[in-house]
Design a protein around this ligand. Sequence first.
Ligand code: ZN
Length: 138
Amino acid sequence: MGTASTRPRPAVSDDTRFFWDGVRAGEFRIQRCAGCGSLRHPPRPMCPRCQSLEWDHVLSAGRGVVHAFAVHHKPALPYLASPFVVAVVELAEGVRYVGNVIGCDPGEVRIGLPVEVVYERYDDDLVLPQFRLVGGAR
Ligand code: ZN
């Protein structure tokens, strides 16, 4: 008799576990190549610039801008009220992340608006990084 969310869960692999562990700890971790120092997301085993397999991570400040977005109206989803915004956010560190922009009317979202990450907890296990407009933009 749990209250587990029906929202689909991210596929966690050995390459992405550090990221999702970070999210549950309230950290947005960005993979950094130990060979050339470049940042990359989504996480993957090899650096596309220098082919190094060594990496660590840095902590993002969680700030960025809306790079692109779409407003989802249909089909209705059982775990998310429509309409909702799916956005490609460009973080200040230079990597892009796909998430929802929440806490505003979808009609308020525009390309280039500043956003900040929020950690939405759905149940004991599922936490997703989402974004909200900085300052509400109202
Ligand atoms: Zn590299």
